[in-house]
Design a protein around this ligand. Structure first.
Ligand SMILES: C[S@@+](CC[C@H](N)C(=O)[O-])C[C@H]1O[C@@H](n2cnc3c(N)ncnc32)[C@H](O)[C@@H]1O
Length: 336
């Protein structure tokens, strides 16, 4: 099912790229080195993986969550737009034989593949993996010298260099404010525009230095953090993909099938919250109506009313879980 995509990344010398061949923990799962899955206990509790169940892991990454499903006896389709993640997880999960398969591409497009059967569960664990962040040659990190890339995979429509060097000022301002929630957006964008008129940006540290010079450094958080997050979200059209993926869920899940979404960004969580609220409200009311009317869009049942937060214990062993939120719902057995 996977498209061949080797060679889609620019050549870049890397000291951090971990091949599964040289990863000593790959045999045991490579969890610590590649990516530690968040909410492991809660994902099992709400997904209820078991023999005979088919689960789509829409964000395979290092395969940590998929491994939990497979160990519980389920059959898993691992989806990722990153060929490197698919290769790593395929090797790691090879011992589960035919119960594990992969699909390369954007998870919002899986529903369009008629060969994929309806699932008992869909997991979306959004954002990038620790491995992607740590791989200098992928260009996600403002701490490591690399090309201005930030594409999760070949299906990502543009590189970070295109956004930084070619996007109009107004669009840069919009993404920094909206996706990055960056209060100093105007100063940062002005510095980018001024600098790129002289010389285009080519590397991560080049951009990070320009941002630091523009706004200075205060506190422990690097001044380029929010700008890099905003550019990454624009490069990979992360919010658009999430919206399309949510709308496709009723075409992917069997009646009663479960949807679990893990977010790390308030905009993403708000999108999931609003979508599930609109699709789980049974009756709509309007002062002009004599009585409430059934909601024709009601397709889901909320399994937990509020977002689930990580425990202190999890955050202490996996600090990345700090900002994670989990929302869970099931597709209604009978749809009106
Ligand atoms: C946070 S990691 C998932 C980690 C995984 N749950 C684990 O246990 O190792 C997110 C992964 O999803 C992939 N991803 C993010 N958005 C995607 C999308 N729209 N379509 C397909 N894959 C996506 C990224 O490439 C990355 O490998």
């Amino acid at each position: 099912m996977a498209r061949a995509a080797s060679g889609w990344l620019p050549a870049w010398p890397s000291s951090t790229l971990q091949s599964t061949e040289s990863d000593p923990t790959a045999e045991a799962g490579g969890v610590a080195s590649y990516h530690a899955p968040v909410f492991p206990a809660e994902v099992i509790e709400w997904m209820q993986p078991a023999e005979g169940k088919f689960i789509i892991d829409g964000t395979l990454g290092g395969g940590g969550h998929s491994e939990l499903f497979l160990k519980a006896g389920a059959t898993v389709l691992g989806v990722d737009r990153d060929p490197e993640a698919l290769a790593h997880a395929s090797k790691r999960l090879a011992r589960f034989g035919e119960r594990f398969s992969t699909w390369e591409g954007n998870h919002c497009e899986v529903a369009g593949d008629a060969s994929i059967q309806m699932a008992d569960g869909l997991l979306l664990d959004l954002g990038v993996s620790s491995h992607q962040l740590d791989s200098a040659e992928r260009g996600f990190s403002f701490m490591r010298e690399g090309p201005l890339d930030m594409r999760m995979g070949p299906s990502s429509p543009r590189s970070a260099a295109e956004v930084v060097n070619q996007w109009p000022e107004v669009d840069l301002l919009r993404i920094l404010r909206e996706y990055g929630e960056e209060k100093r957006a105007r100063r940062i964008v002005a510095a980018i525009i001024e600098r790129r008129a002289e010389k285009l940006f080519t590397t991560t540290l080049d951009l990070a230095d320009c941002i630091e010079k523009a706004v200075g450094r205060q506190g422990r958080i690097h001044p380029a953090t929010r700008t890099f997050q905003a550019i990454r979200m624009a490069v990979n059209e992360e919010l658009e993909s999430l919206q399309h993926a949510l709308e496709a869920v009723p075409r992917l899940l069997k009646p009663g099938g479960r949807l679990l979404v893990i977010t790390f960004h308030s905009l993403e969580d708000r999108m999931v919250k609003r979508f599930l609220k609109a699709r789980s409200t049974e009756f709509l009311d309007n002062p002009a109506w004599a009585q409430p009317r059934p909601n024709p869009d009601c397709q889901f049942k909320l399994l937990a009313r509020k977002a689930i937060a990580p425990t202190q214990a999890e955050v202490s062993i996996n600090p990345r879980a700090r900002s994670a939120k989990l929302r869970v719902a099931s597709l209604l057995e009978h749809q009106s």
